[in-house]
Design a protein around this ligand. Structure first.
Ligand code: TRP
Length: 367
C-alpha cells in the first residue's frame, strides 16, 4: 500500500510528510545553486593578472552559483609571521574585490579568521592527512627551498587548511589556477577518507573555470607570469596611479620590430596585444596587429612607442575607477566593517551547518 503513509499524513494534517513523488519534487523543489568557493592570499597588492585571471571570473559567477570568496589570512601566517602590514592588506583585498564588481549582497565575501569553524574542521582533517604526502607537495617543497629557516607545521599542513576552507561549505567548484590543482586533489583525498571512515558528508571539490584557457597576463619585462612580489616595475597593480601605469607600460620590453611580414610574435609583444585587447577599443589592437604583420626589416610599420602610449592611456582609464572605488571603500571604515560582518555571518551560517554534520558523523556530539 504505497499511498498509506500519504493518506495517514493527510488525516493527521501533516501534508509536509507526504511523499508527493519524484516529479512533483523536481517541479517544486527550489533549484539549489552549486557552491563555488575561492580564497585569495592577502600578501601583496592585487594586480592585473589577478583581475583577468580570477576576479573577473568571480564576478561572472556570482549570479550563477552560491559563491563564497574569502581572504586567506591564516594561510598568510605560514610564510609571513610578521603581521604589521596584514590588517591593512586584508582590508585592501576586500575593498578591491568589491571595486572589481563583487556584490557582498550576492556572495559571501569574508575573512578566514572570522570563521572559527574552519579551524575545527582543519583539526579533524589533520588526522586524515599523512606526513609523507604533505612533504611531497610541490608548493611545500618550493617554500622550504625559499625559506629553509621557517619550516613550520602550518606550512606543512597548508593543503589541509585549504581543504577545510573548501569542505566547510561543501563547495564543489573551486576557481583556481593550474598551480593549485595538486592542493585540490589533496582536498578530494581528505574528503574521500573522511567519507569512507565516518559516512558520506563531504562532496568532492574540483577546479573550475569558465574559459577552458584562463587569460594569462605576463610580466611587462617578459619574464613569466605577472606576480604579486617579483619585479614590481613590471607588474600593474590595481592600486597604481596613472603616472606609474604610464611609466611601467612605456618601459615594457619590446625590440626593433619584426624582421619579416607576418612574423611570429615574441611572448612579450604578444602580451602587449593581450593587454590591449582587454582594455582598449576593439579596432585599436587590430590596427597595431595589421601594422605588425605588414612590417619587415627595413620597413617597420609598427611603432611600439605609439602602441605603448595608446595602451598606457587605455590602461590608466581602465584601472582608475577600480583604484578610486577601492580607496573610497577602504577609507569608509563603517562601510567596510559592515561588509566584513555581513560576510562573516553568511560564512558562519553555512560553516556551522557542515560542522554539525561532521561532528555527528564522527560522534563528537555529546548533548
Ligand atoms: N592556496 C591558494 C593560493 O595560494 C589560496 C587559498 C587558500 C585557496 N585556501 C583556498 C584557494 C581555498 C582556493 C580554495 O592562491
Amino acid at each position: 500500500m504505497p499511498f498509506l503513509p500519504g493518506i495517514i499524513a493527510i488525516i493527521q494534517k501533516k501534508p509536509w510528510t507526504i511523499d508527493y513523488g519524484l516529479w512533483t519534487n523536481l517541479i517544486f523543489a527550489p533549484m539549489e545553486k552549486e557552491v563555488v568557493l575561492s580564497g585569495i592570499r592577502p600578501t601583496g597588492f592585487l594586480h592585473l593578472g589577478n583581475y583577468f585571471g580570477a576576479m573577473r571570473n568571480y564576478v561572472r559567477m556570482q549570479d550563477d552559483f552560491n559563491c563564497y570568496f574569502f581572504v586567506a589570512n591564516w594561510h598568510s601566517l605560514t610564510t609571513h609571521p610578521d603581521t604589521k602590514e596584514l590588517q591593512n592588506s586584508v582590508h585592501r583585498v576586500i575593498a578591491e574585490n568589491i571595486a572589481c564588481g563583487l556584490d557582498p549582497e550576492k556572495v559571501a565575501l569574508y575573512i578566514q579568521s572570522d570563521v572559527p569553524e574552519i579551524a575545527e574542521l582543519y583539526l579533524y582533517l589533520n588526522m586524515l592527512a599523512y606526513k609523507g604526502e604533505l612533504e611531497k607537495t610541490v608548493t611545500f617543497k618550493e617554500k622550504v627551498r625559499l625559506n629553509p629557516e621557517n619550516v613550520n607545521a602550518g606550512l606543512l599542513t597548508y593543503p589541509v587548511l585549504q581543504a577545510a576552507d573548501i569542505l566547510i561549505h561543501r563547495a564543489v567548484k573551486v576557481p583556481v589556477g593550474k598551480d593549485q590543482e595538486q592542493h585540490l586533489e589533496m582536498a578530494r583525498n581528505f574528503a574521500e577518507r573522511f567519507n569512507y571512515r565516518y559516512g558520506e558528508v563531504l562532496p568532492l571539490p574540483y577546479a573550475f573555470n569558465y574559459d577552458s584557457e584562463l587569460v594569462r597576463i605576463m610580466s611587462l619585462d617578459g619574464t613569466g607570469k605577472m606576480s604579486k612580489s617579483e619585479n614590481q616595475l613590471a607588474t600593474l597593480y590595481l592600486a597604481d596611479d596613472d603616472e606609474s601605469i604610464r611609466k611601467k607600460i612605456m618601459k615594457a620590453k619590446t625590440d626593433q620590430g619584426p624582421a619579416e611580414t607576418n612574423a611570429v610574435m615574441p611572448d612579450y609583444i604578444r602580451n602587449l596585444f593581450t593587454l590591449m585587447k582587454l582594455v582598449s577599443a576593439a579596432d585599436t589592437a587590430k590596427k597595431f596587429e595589421d601594422d605588425f604583420n605588414a612590417s619587415s626589416t627595413g620597413n617597420c610599420i609598427i611603432r611600439y612607442g605609439d602602441m605603448k602610449k595608446q595602451l598606457a592611456e587605455d590602461m590608466a582609464k581602465f584601472i582608475q575607477p577600480i583604484r578610486e572605488k577601492a580607496a573610497d571603500i577602504q577609507n569608509n571604515k563603517p562601510l567596510l566593517g559592515k561588509i566584513i560582518q555581513q560576510g562573516a555571518d553568511k560564512a558562519r551560517a553555512s560553516a556551522s551547518e557542515t560542522l554539525k554534520l561532521v561532528r555527528q558523523a564522527i560522534g563528537m556530539n555529546y548533548v
